[in-house]
Design a protein around this ligand. Structure first.
Ligand code: BGC
Length: 772
């Protein structure tokens, strides 16, 4: 366990395995403590009725042949880059023949212009292409991986990162990003934990909306805004055993309360497109799932954009055992509500026949075509198909100094200080010789992590060594030895150890830069172990024997099991993959030029055996009694505590914060009434700093069991040393809603506990009642 802040009681430790999620849609509109950051803009601006557009599209569709219509429903990758297992040769011929509505993995003003010309000049109706790309955490200027950004708990910074990504991508001909990935991820074995906002429904929903706003702005016709995609719909993060693409088998209640809310938040924020997931839900693959794509998304949520599949996921319904052949798969997909087929060419090759045979109603095709053409119209492509492909704008936009500065700022904000024994950080003036050791200490390619779009992996990223050298105070030397390897195959080897140990011995402090190679997280990057891969752990143990202070800078895209490090090294920073400016950002934190303020968006287990572990667990009928933690016949492990190594919401600062007891303005609320919970937070340490003040709630008894804690509000505040501030959170019954026993959504009267504190495991408690 991390040390408890001195001024806090440990009253919540007994219920460490905290609670639930749910509800975010109403919460988004709620004037939460940090209301200014969370207030929705006119997000669905593009949905405003546009009779001129309706006429234009109706006339265009009336002119289209069946083949031309089906052509609009296909998305193909260019041969610039491959983000999946197949490559269709001759995609340029497909464009020229009108068989394609959109292209992905092609960018630059020049190349998109060239492909656009083929569509516009080569086809009868001159319908322009949409260019899509995985702009996930930056386009050229790369920000920290999405999980890292989430650790900032700073919605404005996250929105700004998406805005800058859109500005750069759109200047290179991109109209559409396959982001945000809003999958809740609770299994650190799953490599795609790195791509989302972590384990929590409330935080994840707010971040989903912030990212959609950032990409789309409030006007899609502005050439620096791009279409967002909420993906992967739905429940992809629940893959069994954390193995990518594996089966999902969860209850309908869990789907509604855990996995759907961030998608609902993205839809409410106006996400123009949704992407289906690879997995099945309740036995039906997502790309053939009418319940998800039509009943929930369109009928219940009122989604008006278009739905694209994930990469060849229509084809994959055959190996899933849901479709007997590709033709049937295509029929199932369009009838379920899939508008666009990514890379599968299933629609391209089968759909016209299915219509002629009466297996698919032409109305279905028309509706899909309409949804896609509307986006082309709203992007302004019918007015000028080349408006995003402008070389002068491209040159003036990418890698702008202000973008790089913003990336450095977000990277600093994303870093989480996990341990800081005896305030070894920030580095003392006396640390005149710094040894950077480890495979991530001077590796450019790792800095930007996976899914880093058109980011330069070779030359631009500042490594940790470079950042530390560039920022070193006068008279301080920073030297490097790789020492160890993160390659799985190098476990057991000791080559390089001697050099690293010799360097450590003659230095004042060791910065151990360890973690995972950039492609050990992301898609198709599941692991059965969360340990430091290769021979890094062995080197760390050797370094400890030198007796020199060790600061572990962890770079990874998932929680690693670092229990040994927690017990033995002096300080630990989780830096994720911090992006193009990452080395400078980490140096800012190590030298104390930025006081760390990140908090974990995901629980760090002690060992992989605890996974899945998340704070909002259920209590069970046999919870551990803290007074008798080793009792038999309770829900626990024989060899490891139930508690995580670092809980959700946890992160230290170079200063300290003290929390007053919680005050409630009333003990009871009725539906519709507002409860205000207040706490006064004091910066009781010696530096200015920022703190994420977190509000959790527990619904003690429900018609179905409720999680032991659920995040319901947070505010990131900045306090000068000695300064104090009262933070107020408001709650109504809408914030307490969940999927009840009868599957209706709403709150239930009864007793509630509430905590306000610095993490999910700490805080002062209060109680209130929701009456009828
Ligand atoms: C991934 C998606 C991605 C798509 C296109 C798929 O393999 O699952 O997240 O957007 O490829 O690159």
């Amino acid at each position: 366990m991390p040390p408890m802040p001195r001024n806090l009681t440990s009253l919540t430790l007994a219920t460490l395995m905290v609670a639930g999620q749910l509800a975010p849609a109403p919460l988004l509109a709620k004037p939460a403590a940090s209301a200014s950051a969370q207030a929705p803009v006119d997000a669905a601006g593009w949905m405003r009725p546009d009779p001129k557009m309706d006429r234009f599209i109706a006339e265009l569709i009336a002119k289209m042949t069946l083949d031309e219509k089906v052509g609009q429903l296909n998305l193909l990758t260019s041969d610039w880059e491959s983000t999946g297992p197949t490559m269709r040769e001759g995609y340029k011929d497909d464009i020229a023949a009108g068989r394609v509505g959109a292209i992905f993995n092609a960018y630059t003003a020049k190349y998109t212009r060239e492909l656009q010309r083929m569509a516009v000049e080569g086809t009868r109706l001159k319908i322009p292409l949409i260019f899509g790309y995985d702009v996930i955490h930056g386009h050229r200027t790369i920000f920290p991986i999405s999980l890292g950004e989430a650790a900032s708990w700073d919605l404005q910074a996250i929105e700004k990162a998406a805005r800058i990504s859109a500005a750069e991508a759109s200047a290179e001909g991109i109209h559409w990003t396959f982001s945000p990935m809003v999958d809740i991820a609770r299994d650190a074995r799953w490599g795609r934990v790195s791509e989302g906002a972590g384990e929590d429904v409330y935080l994840g929903s707010l971040i989903a909306a912030a990212r959609v706003r950032g990409y789309q702005g409030d006007d899609l016709s502005r050439p620096d805004t791009i279409l967002a995609t909420a993906k992967h719909f739905a429940a992809y993060g629940a893959a069994q055993a954390g193995r990518d693409y594996h089966t999902v088998d969860i209850s309908e209640r869990t789907l509604r309360d855990v996995y759907l809310p961030p998608f609902k938040a993205a839809a409410d924020a106006g996400a123009a497109t949704f992407m289906t997931s690879f997995n099945e839900y309740d036995g039906i693959p997502a790309s053939g799932n009418r319940y998800l794509l039509t009943e929930v998304l369109r009928d219940k949520w009122g989604f008006k954009g278009f739905v694209v599949t994930d990469y060849t996921s229509i084809n994959e319904m055959v190996p899933h055992g849901y479709s007997k052949d590709l033709k049937q798969a295509g029929e199932q997909a369009i009838n379920a509500g899939v508008d666009m087929d990514m890379q599968g060419a299933v629609y391209m090759e089968n759909l016209a026949k299915s219509v002629t045979e009466g297996k698919v109603d032409i109305k279905k095709i028309d509706a899909a075509v309409k949804a896609i053409l509307e986006m082309k119209y709203r992007l302004g492509l019918f007015e000028d198909p080349y408006r995003y492909s402008n070389e002068a704008r491209e040159k003036a936009t990418v890698y702008k100094p202000e973008f790089l500065e913003a990336a450095r700022d977000v990277a600093r904000k994303s870093i989480v200080l996990l341990k800081n024994k005896d305030n070894v950080l920030p580095l003392a003036a006396g640390a005149k010789s710094i040894a950077v050791i480890g495979p991530l200490g001077n590796s450019k390619e790792d800095m930007i992590g996976s899914w880093s779009a058109a980011g330069d992996r070779k030359t631009r990223p500042a490594t940790l060594l470079e950042g530390l050298q560039a920022g070193a105070p006068k008279g301080t030397s920073v030297t490097y030895a790789k020492g160890a390897s993160y390659a799985f195959a190098d476990a057991g080897k000791t080559e390089g150890f001697a050099e690293a140990i010799a360097l450590a011995q003659k230095s004042d402090v060791i910065i151990a830069a360890m973690g995972e190679r950039w492609d050990m997280t992301g898609e198709a990057a599941s692991r059965t172990s969360l340990d430091l891969p290769g021979n890094q752990q062995a080197l760390l143990e050797e370094l400890e024997k030198t007796g020199k202070p060790i600061i572990l800078v962890l770079m990874s895209g998932r929680p690693n099991s670092i229990e040994w490090a927690d017990a033995h090294v002096d300080a630990i920073l989780e830096a994720w993959y911090p992006g193009t400016m990452g080395g400078h950002a980490i140096a800012d934190v190590l030298y104390g030029r930025y006081n760390p303020s990140g908090k974990l968006p995901v629980t760090f287990p002690r060992t992989v055996g605890q996974v899945p572990i998340h704070y909002d667990m259920k209590n069970t009928g046999r919870p551990i009694n803290p007074a008798d933690p080793n009792a038999k016949y309770v829900s626990r492990y024989l060899n490891t505590p139930n508690t995580p190594l670092y809980p959700f919401g946890y992160g230290l600062s170079y200063t300290s914060f003290s929390y007053s007891p919680v005050t409630l303005d009333r003990a009871k609320i009725r539906p519709g009434e507002t409860l205000t919970a207040s706490v006064t937070v004091t910066n009781s340490g010696a530096r200015d700093g920022e703190e994420v003040v977190q509000l959790y709630v527990r619904d003690l008894v429900g018609s179905v069991t409720r999680p032991v804690k659920e995040l319901k509000g947070f505010e990131k505040i900045s306090l000068k040393k000695g300064e104090k501030r009262t933070v107020r959170f408001t709650l109504t019954d809408a914030d307490l809603a969940f999927t009840r026993a009868d599957m209706s959504r709403g709150s239930e009267p009864g007793q509630f506990k509430l905590w306000i504190g610095p993490s999910s495991a700490e805080g002062h408690e209060a109680s209130f009642e929701l009456t009828e």
